[in-house]
Structure formats: C-alpha cells, structure tokens
Design a protein around this ligand. Structure first.
Ligand SMILES: NC(=O)c1ccc[n+]([C@@H]2O[C@H](COP(=O)([O-])OP(=O)(O)OC[C@H]3O[C@@H](n4cnc5c(N)ncnc54)[C@H](OP(=O)(O)O)[C@@H]3O)[C@@H](O)[C@H]2O)c1
Length: 245
C-alpha cells in the first residue's frame, strides 16, 4: 500500500509508521517539523528497505493543502491509505475563557482535518477504493466539564467521519475513526492520569494497523475503552452534570 501519514512525528504516528514499514508499505510522512520527519523517513527506509517520502504539512495552513495534495500524488503516484494523526490538546481552562485558544484547538483538530479531507475524500471517491483513517479521541464521545474544548473538536471530527463513511461506503472507500483512551505521549506528559488506564503508543499503534487492515469503522483502543465509554454515555444527563468530570 501507499500510505500518507499526516502529523507523522506524533508518538502514535511514529509507531504506526514503524509497523507499516516493517510490513513493506510505501510511506509518505508529513509534519510541521520536516527535518525530524526526514530523519524518521530515512531511518525506516534503511531499517526495512521500503520507499519513503517526507514533506512539510501544517494542518491549519489551509491555503497550502491543495498544493500539498498535488505533491503527494506527483511523488507517490497514487494513495491507498491516509492516516490523520495530528492533534492539539491545548489548555482547557484557558480555552473556556479565551477564544484564541479555543480556535487553535478547533482549527487543528477539526477544521484542519476537514480541510485536507476535502482533497483526499473526493479523490478516493473517484478512484473507487481506499481508506481514510483519523485519530479522534474518547474525549469526543461526551462533553465533560474538564475537557470539552478538545472534546467538542474531536467529537465534531467523529461526526464528520461518520458522515463521510456513509457517503463513501458505496464507492468502496473505508473510513476509520480511531478513538484512543489515555496514551503516554508528549501530549499528555504534563497530565496526572490514572496509571492503569494509560497505554503505550506501540500498543495503540498495533491496534490501529490491525483496524486499518480489517477496514473497521470505529476503533476504541485499547479495547476496554469501548466499554468505559459505553458506560459513560449511558449515565443520564441529570446525574452526569453532578459528577463534575
Ligand atoms: N495521547 C493521548 O492520550 C491521546 C488520546 C486520544 C487521542 N489522541 C490523539 O492522538 C493523535 C496523536 O497524538 P499523540 O498522543 O501521539 O501526541 P503528540 O506526540 O504530542 O503528537 C501530536 C502531533 O500533532 C502535531 N500537530 C499539532 N498541531 C499541528 C498542526 N497545526 N499541523 C500539523 N501537525 C500538528 C504535532 O506536531 P509538532 O511535533 O510539529 O508539534 C505532534 O506531532 C492526536 O490527534 C491526539 O489528539 C491522543
């Protein structure tokens, strides 16, 4: 497969890229820090003998996305799978009072994804096959007082992906919504999280690659988050609002 990974320097994406390269897939890695991505791409190419490409990509530089997408097609010829792995957690309390912070969260996690998918999705629809995968979050499943700026952006993306899946199903294009729980990455390094619920990026990456191969619709990773979130979604609102989560 020819696989495009956006936000390729993210801890989770690096592990996904490593697994995909070990299976012989051709990779197009893109991020804001091109030097770091070039190092990763060269490393994987030497380690596994696969073809890799690297490029600059900023999710919120919407104007650059058309040219970026053209470059991907020129260099790789065709794209089979796309994985969106970029994200911005931001400061939740700050975002509650400061629209600038909220906008950065919403733009990076939601609009940035939609902007690039505006090019990817019609291309795959016309091609009649392919896979679009994006990392959202369990935080998008229900609004919580402690993280609803991030949660609403990820939840918005989940709804968008659900609609895209519906639209593209008959055209042979698969759409995978990846919902990790807590993962030990730079994004969460400053947070105090319940240790037993924190997973390694490698564990989550293995689940992601397996779900991409199977063409799943929605992945909770690790698996137990599906049941945790089911329980959380089932709590009636009149109780939920009192829990101060
Ligand atoms: N860690 C968790 O507990 C957790 C849970 C649920 C979902 N997720 C999601 O998992 C995905 C991967 O995150 P991670 O946990 O691996 O954290 P991470 O290592 O901090 O990766 C986040 C990545 O997003 C990139 N990014 C931020 N803003 C961007 C922009 N405007 N354009 C392009 N790239 C941008 C960052 O690039 P730079 O290196 O250039 O800053 C960084 O590589 C994200 O979508 C995140 O929201 C994480």
């Amino acid at each position: 497969m020819r696989v495009l990974i956006l936000g390729a320097n993210s801890a989770i994406a690096r592990e996904v890229a490593d697994i995909l390269a070990s299976k012989g897939h051709e990779l197009y890695l893109a991020s804001r820090n091109v030097e770091e991505t070039e190092r990763l791409a060269r490393h994987l190419s030497i380690k596994y003998g696969v073809k890799t490409h690297w490029d600059g990509f900023d999710a919120v530089a919407y104007d650059t996305h058309p040219a970026f997408w053209r470059r991907v097609l020129e260099r790789m010829g065709d794209v089979d799978w796309v994985l969106l792995a970029f994200g911005y957690l931001g400061e939740q309390d700050k975002a509650y009072r400061d629209f600038g912070e909220f906008r950065r969260i919403a733009e990076t996690n939601f609009l940035g994804a939609v902007s690039v998918l505006t090019h990817v999705a019609p291309y795959m629809e016309e091609r009649g096959e392919g896979l679009i995968a994006a990392i959202t979050s369990v935080a998008g499943d229900r609004g919580r007082g402690s993280n609803f700026p991030y949660g609403s952006a990820k939840g918005g993306l989940s709804i968008y992906l659900s609609g895209l899946r519906n639209r593209l199903f008959r055209r042979g294009v698969k759409v995978l919504d990846i919902k990790p729980g807590f993962v030990d990455t730079p994004m969460t390094a400053h947070l105090e999280l319940p240790k037993r619920l924190v997973s390694s990026p490698r564990r989550v990456a293995k689940d992601i690659v397996a779900a991409m191969e199977k063409g799943k619709d929605v992945l909770y990773t690790p698996w137990y988050w599906r049941w945790i979130m089911l329980a959380i979604r089932l709590v009636p609102e009149f109780i939920f609002k009192r829990l101060n989560l």
